[in-house]
Design a protein around this ligand. Structure first.
Ligand SMILES: [Zn+2]
Length: 389
């Protein structure tokens, strides 16, 4: 029995094979192959064989689909390639700089990350948000090469003086500017920008405390200026300034604002070349000298319509029961809190140059008397004539 056991034990010992173990640094051929030769072969294939060519082809064919990320990858893959690297990047650059792509730069989907503060400029903008806007402006304005004619900023995009000046220097052909937030823009900043925009024709701006200095700059530098939209109260000083500085104004929109009745009469009397006036959904305030108290006008009198009869379009809406915008205006006491309502509502307008969608039809459905056309003015005029007779 002892002999048999010893035979079995010796057979098991002779079949034993140790497991393959790799040592580092390599001490045998197998280790050398795994650690050194295989990686070298992969690198060689990647850099000089068809793998690289295929990747470059793949990336090049999809470059217009994936934008800047792919451009970065393209540079990476093709850096050491024998392909037409220059040709590819030049094609991309030419396409990205095509003037047709850059007629309008619409940043109305972009807002600052901000908080309101009690002191001037009444907003504090997060530094990272500011840097993002600067970077975006640099990329867009460099690629556009001065082709931009329309520039739109969001109601809550608080541009700084430096950003505005940088933009103005690179948009010499600008015709239409929508810039409703001026909190961080100083007098020097806006004046410097206006001096660069000699082709400016149309402007959307907030109501400002001291309009003369700004309108004088417009008068001096923007000889083709003819369309203005003011988002905010419009008083006598504002209208007097318009009459003095931009007498050739053709379109004026004061929708969803506070408009003083005496200022409205002055507009109709003083802006002789005005063709279109929009005061839809605005609060018309009658503010007689003290001790009389101011009150909201609920209906425009015929004298106003008669003066407005010379206009091509006079747009009004004062119905807070059936018109949702008038109702909101009343709720917000004349200063509409746009952030509470539909995104993009702030940039709508019934006046054609400012329209971005068929809002005129939308309001005319819910508020059929909102729009006073020439026919209606004619009717009112004949009625008032009859009355005078
Ligand atoms: Zn209305």
């Amino acid at each position: 029995m002892k002999r048999a056991r010893s035979r079995i034990g010796s057979r098991r010992a002779s079949r034993y094979v140790p497991p393959l173990s790799l040592s580092f640094p390599p001490t045998c051929f197998a280790c050398l192959t795994v650690y050194l030769i295989v990686p070298l072969v992969i690198i060689f294939l990647f850099l000089f064989n068809r793998i690289e060519t295929d990747l470059c082809d793949l990336v090049r064919n999809r470059v217009f689909l994936f934008g800047p990320l792919i451009v970065a990858r393209l540079d990476y893959f093709c850096e050491n390639s024998r392909m037409e690297h220059d040709e590819t990047t030049n094609t991309w650059r030419l396409a990205a700089c095509d003037p047709l792509l850059w007629k309008t730069l619409d940043l109305s989907m972009l807002r600052s990350n901000f908080i309101k503060i009690p002191l001037e400029p009444y907003v504090y903008v997060d530094g990272r948000s500011d840097k993002q806007l600067t970077r975006l402006l640099k990329i867009a304005l460099n690629l556009s090469r001065g082709s931009i004619t329309t520039l739109i900023f969001h109601f809550n995009l608080y541009v700084s003086d430096d950003q505005l000046t940088y933009t103005a220097e690179r948009t010499p052909n600008l015709k239409r500017l929508v810039l409703p937030a001026w909190n961080r823009i100083k007098r020097t900043g806006i004046c410097k920008a206006i001096s660069k925009w000699n082709n400016l024709e149309s402007l959307t701006m907030p109501s400002i405390a001291n309009p003369p200095y700004f309108m004088e700059e417009i008068s001096k530098h923007c000889k083709k200026f003819s369309e203005l939209k003011i988002m905010g109260p419009c008083d006598m000083l504002c209208v007097q300034t318009l009459i003095r500085c931009v007498p050739n104004l053709k379109v004026l929109s004061l929708r969803v604002s506070i408009v003083y009745k005496d200022a409205l009469l002055l507009i109709l009397n003083g802006l002789k070349n005005l063709e279109v006036l929009n005061i839809s959904h605005s609060l018309i305030i009658d503010a007689p000298p003290p001790p009389a108290t101011r009150k909201v006008v609920t209906e425009l009198d015929d004298s106003i319509f008669k003066k407005a009869s010379r206009l091509r379009q006079f747009l009004t809406c004062m119905d807070d029961e059936s018109c949702i915008m008038c109702h909101r205006m009343k709720l917000d006491e004349g200063l509409v809190r746009w952030y509470k309502y539909e995104e993009g509502l702030w940039k709508e307008d019934e006046v054609a140059p400012y329209q971005t969608r068929g809002l005129a039809e939308m309001f005319s459905c819910c508020c059929p008397d909102a729009f006073v056309t020439n026919d209606k003015i004619g009717e009112i005029e004949s009625n008032s004539t009859n009355f005078l007779e």
